[in-house]
Structure formats: C-alpha cells, structure tokens
Design a protein around this ligand. Sequence first.
Ligand code: GTP
Ligand code: MG
Length: 377
Amino acid sequence: MFRHTHEKETGRTSTIGVEVMGIDESGRPLRPNETSRQRHFQAVRGAGRRVVTFVDLAGHERYLKTTISGLTGLLPDYALVVVGLNMGVSKMTREHLGLAAALGIPPIVVCTKVDIAPPDVAKHTMESVAKVLRAARKMPYVVRSEKDVATAAGSIAVGRVAPVVVVSSVTGEGMDLLRALLHQLPVRGGCVGAPAACGDFLPPASVPTPAAKAEGVDVTGGGGGGGGGGGGGSTAPEAPSPAGGDPAAAGAAAAADPAAPSHVTIDSVFSVPGVGTVVAGTVLSGIIPVGATLLLGPTGAGDFIPVTVRSIEVNYVSFPMAQWGTSAAFAIRPKGKPPAGRGAWAKKGMHLVDPRTRPVAHWGFVAEALVLHHSTT
Ligand SMILES: Nc1nc2c(ncn2[C@@H]2O[C@H](COP(=O)(O)OP(=O)(O)OP(=O)(O)O)[C@@H](O)[C@H]2O)c(=O)[nH]1
Ligand SMILES: [Mg+2]
C-alpha cells in the first residue's frame, strides 16, 4: 500500500497502512461494491462473519522503525512475512522473522511470485525459508491443501508451527488456501507466546463480549524480499495443546479480562465538526463503553484530565464499546471546566487510562532491553 508520492515512485511502503477483509460463513471474502473507503469499511464490518484487519508494514530496512512500531503498537495476532520465491530469503526477511519471534507474534510465511520463479530458485528459497524458521525454533509447515489449512490453523496455537503458503498475486494461485487459513486461524489469545491478543467487534447493534473476539483477527504483512517456493520440507505439526504456564499467554489473558483496568495509547488526535475532539489508538487492556469516565494524560504539567467517552468508532462504524486489542477512535469531552491554556489539550502520545489505576507521571523508567543480533547490530 502506498500513501505518499515517494512511495509510488520507489515502490516501497514507508508508512503503516490498514485494510479490512470480511469473510462470509463459507470462507469466501466479501467484496462489497462500495466506492468510498468509509462505506467499504462499514459494509465489511457490518456483514462479515469474520473481519481480518491487515496492517501493511514496510519491508525496506530504511523504514524498519515504522515496522517495529506497527508490530509493537498495533498488537497484531500474526505476522505474515512475505518472501519473493524468485529471490531467496533476504536479510530483512530474517530481521522481520527475528522481530516476530522476539515479540512472540506467530509468523506465517507467504511465498509469493510463484508465477515467475524458476523452479530451481523456488526450491532453494523454500529450503532457505524452512531453515530460517527452524533457526527461530518454528516448524515450517507448507500448506498445500484444505486439509493442510485445517491442520496448520489447529496447530499454530501450540506456538511451534509456522505455516508456509505459496501464492501468486498475479495468477491468484494459492490465494484460496491463504484466505482459508485466515478464516480458520484462532485469535491470538489462544496462542502460546502471545504478549497480547487482538480483539475485534461484533457487527453494530450486537454487544461485544470477550467471546466475540473469536471472530476477529489482525495480521501484519511486511514486505520481506526473500524467496523460495515449490518444495520445502514440512512435517505434520503436533496437535494443539493448552498454553499452560506461558507468561506471555498469561499476560494476554490478563489484558483480555473484561474487568481489567482500561488503557489506550493514543496515536492520533483530530477534531471533527459537530463531534469535537477525537483521539484514536489501540486498546491495550480492558473494555471501554460509551459514557465511561477515563483519565487523559499526562499533560505537560504531569496531570491527568478526567474525560467522558461520548462515542466510539472503529473503521467508521459506531460501536457501544471498545475492547482490548482493537484500534478505535474515541470522541471525548473534558469533565467540568476545559483545561486552561491555548492549544490542544489532547495530544498524540498521551494515554487514556482507568481512574482506578491512579496514574502518576514519571520522568524516568527502568527497562529490560533485548538486543537482536544480526549483521548490522
Ligand atoms: N509476478 C508477480 N509479481 C508480484 C507478485 N507479488 C507482488 N508482485 C510485484 O512485486 C512488486 C513489489 O510488490 P509489493 O507488494 O509492493 O512489495 P512489498 O513487499 O510491499 O514491498 P515494500 O513496500 O518495500 O515492503 C510489485 O511490482 C508487485 O506487482 C506475484 O505474485 N507475482
Ligand atoms: Mg509494500
């Protein structure tokens, strides 16, 4: 996806893009005949049995920070790492797989360009893909049939299996299998190694519940540039087992608790005529209903301002509440007197938090850093 002229000129994605795909009962993608983006989102959200949110990230090294920000900030359920079958596994593919592994995001490798990859190059790329996955302690499992889709989707929650799907965006080869996989994948909360799960909403008029999350899945796709295709060894993955004892999975469960204190990181702020101030971001934990009172901050002075949530939208569709793992926009109004001073009182980088957490602003923090080793470290 391209948003800027320089992206079109270079053919490189440099920003985070979001698209949604609705899948009907039989696993077919919904293709609403809507011309405007807003109506398309609304149609998909309203009719899809499952709504898959694609977060398109940047493959090029130059935009790695953007890719890391998407992987860490948007809580994707899975990472679709795209590899060109005609090119072999690139340095950036290794980097992206390493990032997914470090963040506990289960990878799915999509080997593309099967239409133009010479068989010997494709075979070599598939072997390289299998090798890098094994190095990341993942078992490559090449999906070649509907039966394999079910096996892959059923096994991914174990945390060791990485499905590999061979496709062509030009001829459409393999796309049915990829769609079927996206239809059947479990939501992240059920996966071992997941630091957080991604949620979604039921169509409007339904009241979302934690169980409703099972109908929504978010995936990221980063351009990789590696390759492989054709052969590639895979073995039958083991049967799913409970995530017992995994601290990351326990973290996901805690975030998913509807009673957990709500927390939203704000990544954009805008003003809508007739609505007022709207802040948008990802719900990291809890459930936020319309009418909730939350604290917004910290301000420059380190304070938190009480605000009321007046309405909530996800992809242009109104919802009565937003739950953990979802990117949503909240129309908010300060409770009582508006904050004094000129300029925006709501800013990107602030947080919306549950008053029960009694937030306090700090200037310093202690962090645990994980350095990923690679040739450019
Ligand atoms: N023949 C063929 N070309 C493809 C296929 N998939 C992608 N391409 C072409 O490959 C080029 C790069 O594809 P993109 O989707 O822009 O690659 P990307 O991974 O998003 O790259 P970044 O944005 O830099 O991350 C484009 O010219 C596509 O048309 C395919 O399956 N077959
Ligand atoms: Mg791109």
